[in-house]
Design a protein around this ligand. Structure first.
Ligand SMILES: Cc1cc2nc3c(=O)[nH]c(=O)nc-3n(C[C@H](O)[C@H](O)[C@H](O)COP(=O)(O)O)c2cc1C
Length: 190
């Protein structure tokens, strides 16, 4: 069975460094035979979680009718997630944070899921010091840890890529493609 991969690209800068790495992963994963969809969060309307707990009283249905629900559903239906963010002030982009908080509505359902997923992180930053990525990665890890049914499978760091396109000269450019291609081996392992 073809593996379903959903790539969440959360930078508002189109064709920027993190999206370039997402595209490389996508190319590799497609060549490996996966069904891949990339979602640019900035193209969608995602309101912040209201913490109203409507979802807790209404079978995990969020009271807000915007694009978050369909993006989250695609993620729930997928086997593999790629979460991508630029480092913004040592953390994830606001677009990624909005999406993560909206998972509040589906949190318990995810925890009870019988099917495990895998997650990859793609992070880019202007600073070449990798320690600049720590808090960003930990933010994503905190989210994944709460869901309990998603296993971290890899991280692609594009550090030292400040200007749009800098990552084209970075070793991560090739590695992101190879990481996507690994999906083939994973499929063979199943
Ligand atoms: C609002 C903002 C905050 C940023 N904060 C950091 C930071 O804390 N550390 C860093 O190394 N780079 C920082 N950068 C640089 C970006 O992480 C870097 O340019 C990255 O490659 C952008 O990825 P993108 O092209 O996919 O948007 C920041 C950029 C912006 C616009």
């Amino acid at each position: 069975m073809r593996q379903k991969v959903v790539i969440i690209s959360s930078s508002p800068r189109r064709n920027g460094n993190s999206e370039i790495l997402c595209n490389q992963f996508l190319k590799g994963a497609k060549e490996a035979g996966c069904e891949v969809e990339k979602i640019n969060l900035n193209d969608y309307t995602i309101q912040p979680c209201l913490a109203c707990e409507y979802c807790r009283r209404h079978q995990n249905i969020c009271c807000q009718k915007d694009d978050a629900n369909k993006i989250i559903q695609k993620m729930i239906d997928a086997d593999i997630w790629v979460l991508s963010s630029p480092v913004y002030f040592y953390s994830i982009s606001a677009q990624m944070k909005l999406l993560i908080d909206r998972f509040f509505a589906r949190e318990y359902e995810m925890r009870e899921s019988q099917k495990r997923k895998k997650v990859y992180y793609i992070i880019t930053s202007g600073a070449s010091d990798l320690s600049e990525h720590t808090a960003t990665i930990e933010s994503l890890r905190g989210f994944i840890q709460v869901l309990r049914t998603v296993d971290e499978a890899g991280i692609m760091n594009g550090a030292g890529a400040f200007l749009k396109g800098d990552v084209l000269k970075h070793p991560a450019y090739q590695s992101a493609y190879e990481m996507g291609k690994q999906m083939k081996e994973m499929e063979e392992d199943l």
